[in-house]
Write a protein of this length. Structure first.
Ligand code: FES
Length: 148
């Protein structure tokens, strides 16, 4: 049995420890804000935090999260008041919205590590998160907005 903390709550998982964290949070815990896009680490839709670091939920196994703290979009802020979420709303970033929880989780972790990134650092930090609607300019603007 694997024990881990998700959004501040102790959880245990007694299935295959190689199960991707993405499926545990979505299918077992019903935290479906974390999205399945590509399943192979290329799109970033499944981004969650593992001990504060952005990771791909589709590539991170439950076993790798054992004893660690996982944060999903639902746990980033209980009322949507994280500075990145506020910036996302103020700048109307999403179009279809599918990739946005992953984008926000990536941005939040990046700003935790580097509170005042340059535009180049924002581009580099967000480059692994794909948006099919092409909202990249608004994403960069919102990260910059959240950093000020
Ligand atoms: Fe995990 Fe695309 S679903 S990176």
């Amino acid at each position: 049995m694997v024990k881990l903390r998700i959004n501040g709550v102790e959880q245990s998982f007694d299935g295959d420890p190689d199960t991707p964290l993405l499926w545990f949070v979505r299918d077992e815990l019903g935290l479906n804000g974390t999205k399945y896009g590509c399943g192979v680490g290329l799109c970033g839709a499944c981004t969650v935090h593992l001990d504060g670091v952005a990771v791909r939920g589709c590539l991170t196994t439950v076993a790798e999260a054992a004893g660690k703290s996982v944060t999903t979009i639902e746990g980033l802020s209980p009322d949507g008041s994280h500075r990145v979420q506020i910036a996302w709303r103020e700048l109307n970033v999403p179009q279809c919205g599918f990739c946005q929880s992953g984008q926000i989780m990536q941005a939040a972790a990046m700003l935790e590590a580097n509170p005042n990134p340059t535009d180049q650092e924002i581009l580099e930090g967000m480059q692994g998160n794909v948006c099919r609607c092409g909202c990249y300019q608004r994403i960069v603007s919102a990260v910059r907005h959240a950093s000020t």
